[in-house]
Design a protein around this ligand. Structure first.
Ligand code: ADP
Ligand code: MG
Length: 238
């Protein structure tokens, strides 16, 4: 009885658990509360869209979930590990094993080729030479097999974002965060990026947390969470 119960709770444990999360920033004499107590549990493999008006705290939340920023209060458990207390080195290790991130502005390194950009997170995580093959496979999968040696400046926005997607996925992370990944792209390129993200989510089982303004994108999600003024104001299954 106790055993099966333990097992059940292990299986159903969310991959992301956010408990009483707050983030405030001291500006001069007063404190700005950006996130004011967020509680969300996300099961493995779910596709969650985060929506809400500009300034509602979406990017701040994603940054905290990726350990790129420090919480003021509360906990963030990734796969049961509270990342709010980790050192930079420990966080880098968790990021390397568990997290891929796609930004609105691509954030590729201009002095590295497409292939080198994709390889970077794997190299930082200590991967061996076999990872070169995976980088080529991923770039092929996103339709850039003939652009391996191109630098970001030689690629269109849509192509840069596809490189960024391959980079986010090089370490086979169970969690993929995307902050308005189609925000700088036209409709056609945006649709292509969404399709690739959906493939990562559906075929590879990656948990996908995507900030978007676009209801057309959000309707592909399993769940839509809306923030307003640093609070969750709705949380709905689609
Ligand atoms: P969203 O992504 O939903 O547009 P953000 O998370 O970027 O919102 O920002 C939420 C609020 O926090 C905004 O009002 C923004 O101006 C403020 N904010 C974000 N970062 C900082 C900072 N470093 N210093 C002061 N205010 C900030
Ligand atoms: Mg934002």
């Amino acid at each position: 009885m106790t055993d099966s119960k333990t097992e059940e709770s292990l299986i159903s444990r969310p991959i992301i658990e956010i408990i009483g999360l707050t983030r405030s920033i001291q500006t001069g004499s007063h404190t700005v509360e950006i996130l004011r107590g967020i509680d969300i549990a996300i099961p493995q493999g779910q596709f969650v869209a985060i929506m809400g008006p500009s300034g509602s705290g979406k990017s701040t939340l994603l940054g905290l979930l990726a350990g790129l920023d420090n919480a003021t209060k509360g906990q963030i458990l990734l796969d049961g590990v509270d990342i709010t207390g980790l050192t930079e080195d420990q966080m880098a290790e968790v990021r390397g094993r568990k997290i891929g991130f796609v930004f609105q502005s691509f954030q590729l390194i201009p002095t590295l080729t497409a292939e080198e950009n994709v390889l970077l997170p794997a190299e930082l995580a200590g991967a061996g030479p076999e990872v070169t093959r995976r980088a080529k496979e991923l770039l092929t999968r996103v339709g850039l097999a003939d652009r391996l040696d191109h630098y970001p400046v030689q690629l269109s926005g849509g192509e840069q974002q596809r490189v960024a997607l391959a980079r986010a996925f090089i370490t086979k992370p169970p969690i993929l965060y995307a902050d308005e990944p189609t925000g700088n792209l036209d409709g056609k390129n945006g649709a292509q990026i969404l399709e690739l993200l959906l493939e990562m989510n559906q075929r590879e089982g990656a948990t996908l947390v995507m900030v978007t303004h676009d209801p057309e994108l959000a309707k592909h999600a399993d769940r839509i969470i809306t923030l307003r003024d640093g609070l969750v104001v709705s949380d709905e299954s689609v």
